[in-house]
Design a protein around this ligand. Structure first.
Ligand code: F6P
Length: 379
């Protein structure tokens, strides 16, 4: 019998987090199950800091609210946690046992982990220590394996589409090339879907190293038919053929976490196009606007579905799984499938050959559609 459940969020925020919290809490309340939220994700789990969510006014009015009322941890791998040693030097410690003890002492029967690739990897590692976990796939990048769609993605696409609409009119007025850099480290879902929705002429994705000459050709082809402007959308993780990903900064989050901050791919494309076409090119980096603010109705519904399904699975005792959407239907897959070959305990860094991210397959309908309507993909 399920008596107490806990919720934890890890990684960058995504619109819909509060809607998931609300759905889990409401389902718990209706089934006389206590529900707690760990403050600031894995950090709160380490410190055993939590708040009660059920039978509390805290979860009222949050369905349409951006961010997360319980916070989130960033770059926190409890299996390789950055600590300051007595002599002042930095080191890394496996603190997962503290998390396990806290969860056992708090008598949490199931921990819901709301997060992307790295979060679910840590969740799977905790499950190997006897903790019952159920993952919910969150990220605006839509790159979590085994599910059709993550919550937060639809909102990010809608924000990027609005930005493209706005850039379109100014590009047309001033006969310029307008470049929009959007998020997507290793997968170009936001880029491609927004390109189609926002009528971009060029979409550059991490999945297809681009040839800048092909983009120049597209600009010229448009000029030849009297269209003196071009709208380009670029993933932060896109890079030129034979080149490398644009890194803004390397930060020290700790071992086993993603330590590079991307940025600059749009600026690079704008500079190259200006040089090669003679047209003025400007870059806009959309950044964190894609992650903040109110979720779209579609994300509110998806998040509510995921939250309710996660509780249903918990009540049935189906643990150590990720709630997923498969061909439009709610379902679940073992966390082992989600981590793929990234089996080593404590290893969470994404974008490695073992990480199991969902990138865009080249035979995907979005790719076919984009090509068919003449969007240049840089190849
Ligand atoms: O994972 C989502 C994401 O939006 C990535 O696309 C982006 O690279 C990253 O977050 C940046 O977030 P932060 O600066 O918080 O690490």
């Amino acid at each position: 019998m399920l008596k107490k459940v806990g919720i934890l969020i890890n990684g960058g925020d995504a619109p819909g987090l509060n809607a998931v919290i609300r759905a889990i809490t409401r389902t718990a309340e209706r089934n006389n199950i206590e529900c707690y939220g760990f403050i600031d994700g894995y950090n709160g789990l380490l410190k055993n800091e939590f708040i009660r969510l059920d039978k509390s006014p805290i979860t009222s009015g949050i369905l349409n609210k951006g961010g997360a009322i319980i916070g989130s941890s960033l770059n926190s791998n409890v299996f390789k946690y950055k600590v300051i040693k007595k002599d002042g030097s930095e080191g890394y410690k496996n603190l997962s046992k503290i998390c396990v003890e806290n969860l056992k002492n708090d008598e949490i029967d199931c921990l819901f982990t709301l997060g992307g690739d790295s979060t679910q990897k840590s969740a799977r590692d905790l499950s190997l220590q006897g903790i019952h976990v159920i993952g919910v796939p969150k990220t605006i990048d839509n790159d979590v394996a085994c599910t059709d769609e993550t919550f937060g993605y639809n909102t990010a696409v809608s924000v990027a589409t609005e930005a493209l609409d706005r850039l379109h009119t100014t590009a047309e007025t001033h006969h310029r090339i307008m470049v929009l850099e959007v998020m997507g480290r290793y997968a170009g879902w936001i880029t491609l879907e927004a390109a189609i929705a926002g009528g971009a002429d060029v979409a550059l994705l991490p999945e297809i190293p681009y040839d800048i000459d092909k983009v120049v050709e597209k600009v010229k082809e448009r000029q030849n038919i009297g269209k003196n402007f071009t709208v380009v959308i670029v993933s932060e993780g896109a890079y030129p053929k034979g080149g490398s990903i644009s890194v803004k900064e390397t930060r020290d989050g700790g071992k086993g976490v993603i330590n590079i901050q991307l940025g600059g791919s749009g600026e690079l494309v704008a500079k190259e196009l200006e040089k090669r076409t003679g047209l003025i090119a400007r870059n806009t980096t959309l950044g964190y606007i894609q992650r903040g603010g109110s979720p779209t109705p579609s994300d509110r519904v998806l998040s509510s579905k995921y939250g309710a399904k996660a509780m249903e699975l918990a009540m049935k005792g189906k643990f150590n799984v990720l709630t997923v959407l498969k061909n439009g239907k709610l379902s679940s897959v073992p966390l082992e499938d989600v981590v793929g070959n990234n089996k080593k305990v404590g290893a969470v860094e994404g974008g490695t050959k073992d990480s199991n991210m969902k990138t865009i397959p080249m035979d995907h309908d979005l790719v076919k559609t984009a090509r068919s309507i003449g969007i240049c993909l840089g190849d």
